[in-house]
Design a protein around this ligand. Structure first.
Ligand SMILES: Nc1ncnc2c1ncn2[C@@H]1O[C@H](COP(=O)(O)OP(=O)(O)OP(=O)(O)O)[C@@H](O)[C@H]1O
Ligand SMILES: [Mg+2]
Length: 425
């Protein structure tokens, strides 16, 4: 396997290390037609040369040298990242299995005895060079693949973050629309009540004015009194009296509803999403329910079966997000009319919150995919498939779990188990 003669630019570089210049000269002459040859007459010089360009592709290293012997040189070469991968072939006059073994253990790729036949020497050098170039190619490919995997990973993370962000925005948009509706309703009737009240006041003042002008007469005629009676009747003063108090009570009630919604919103997101605190889950459930009332009220009857549960240490606004996802899912599973039941309870160590619905249920083959990000059976634009995956993440952070049971065509139950005293990571 004689190597092909190449022009200097494409020749592999071989470093000869030998303290005897006669050896360097013989090997040098043999190899020069095929390789670019560097020479070093001692170990120190060899270690310097491997750090320069062109870096040798292979080293032929004498074992017996004064000062630093071949074994010490190879130990240094292997310890230095710059030279670690350069294959080293020991060339020695020492014909001993033990020495050969020592050389190989230290990292040499081959062991050649002097004197040796040129064609054998060339073949063994060529084999090692080919192996090295295959290793180099593999290394390059690995580096390329690693950067590619890293780049794709980064891209994926960016896309995921972007999707999460748009999911969040969509959810906030939906929520905002629901809340706007909830607030608009009372504001609508309060402002219509104010209009009516203003008409009533005009009528009232009209009657008051008539009374005043009658009273300013020195003598009140029977006729004038009759006119006043008629005006009172015409303006339906008795009806005004009762309707005004009703309108005021209704308006007050409407404003209280607006105040409650604002309070619920504050409760829903009152704390920093990342702050752990002792919280009452029932309060969180109630606020969440009020916030999504608009989504549920037309087709779902909601029943609360709250048990006696302790406050738990948790990220309460994140748990509210879980309850919201489960309640919205339950509402969306109910196609015409149905019921949602929210139950709570506890054991010694854990509390549970169960949201069950009488909706369409989950096909058995889908059960194992529910918590996968982007798994959705909803039409485009309706669901992104992130609700449960986000919820599981949040519950996982608490050291809890979500259990699901479902009966296709009849409904589903999602039970969230949370430790009362979570061990925070
Ligand atoms: N209560 C439920 N009843 C029936 N199917 C459900 C219920 N909850 C979840 N699923 C199923 O699990 C899927 C995944 O739910 P998930 O909340 O993760 O996403 P989504 O509701 O589709 O979309 P998103 O919550 O992102 O708007 C849903 O598409 C639905 O098929
Ligand atoms: Mg959902």
């Amino acid at each position: 396997m004689e190597p092909v003669k190449q022009d200097a630019e494409h020749k592999a570089t071989i470093l000869l290390v030998d303290d005897e210049s006669i050896n360097l000269s013989i090997f040098g002459q043999l190899l020069t037609p095929y390789y670019q040859v560097l020479v070093a007459t001692n170990g120190q010089r060899a270690l310097q040369l491997v750090c320069l360009t062109p870096k040798p592709d292979l080293i032929l290293l004498d074992v017996m040298m004064p000062g630093m012997d071949g074994y010490e040189v190879i130990a240094h070469l292997k310890a230095n990242p710059v030279s670690r991968d350069i294959p080293v072939i020991f060339v020695t006059a020492l014909n001993s299995d033990l020495e050969e073994e020592r050389g190989l253990v230290l990292g040499a790729v081959d062991y050649i005895y002097k004197p040796c036949h040129l064609s054998i020497l060339l073949a063994r050098i060529q084999t090692q060079l080919e192996l090295k170039s295959a290793r180099d190619r593999l290394k390059d490919q690995n580096t390329f693949l690693e950067t590619e995997v890293e780049r794709r990973d980064k891209d994926n993370r960016a896309v995921h973050a972007q999707l999460l962000q748009s999911e969040k925005l969509a959810a906030i948009g939906q929520l905002a629309a629901g809340i706007a509706h909830e607030i608009n309703n009372p504001i609508g009737f309060v402002s219509s009540n104010l209009n009516t009240l203003s008409c009533y006041l005009t009528d009232l003042f009209c009657v008051v004015d008539a009374y005043e002008s009658t009273l300013s007469d020195t003598e009140i005629s029977k006729e004038a009194l009759q006119k006043l009676q008629e005006l009172k009747k015409q303006k339906q003063l008795d009806y005004l009296r009762s309707d005004i108090s009703e309108l005021i009570a209704e308006s007050r009630e409407g404003l209280l509803r607006v105040r409650d919604i604002v309070q619920d919103l504050k409760n829903f997101a009152h704390s920093d999403a990342n702050s752990w605190e002792l919280a009452d889950l029932h309060k969180g459930l109630d606020s969440t329910l009020n916030i999504i009332a608009n989504e549920l009220k037309y087709h779902c009857a909601v029943h609360k079966r709250y048990g006696d549960i302790p406050q738990i240490y948790c990220l309460s606004s994140q748990l509210n997000q879980v309850f919201m996802n489960l309640l919205v899912n339950a509402g969306q599973a109910i196609e015409t009319q149905g019921e949602i039941t929210i139950g709570t309870g506890c054991t010694d160590q854990e509390v549970w919150v169960e949201i069950s619905d009488t909706g369409k249920g989950i096909a058995p083959e889908n059960l194992s995919h529910l918590f996968e990000p982007f798994f959705t059976t909803k039409p485009v634009g309706k669901g992104t498939g992130l609700g449960l995956s986000i919820s599981q993440n949040i519950v996982g952070k608490h050291g809890g779990r979500i259990e699901v049971t479902s009966n296709l065509g009849h409904g589903s139950q999602f039970r969230v188990w949370l430790p009362i005293h979570p061990t925070q990571s």
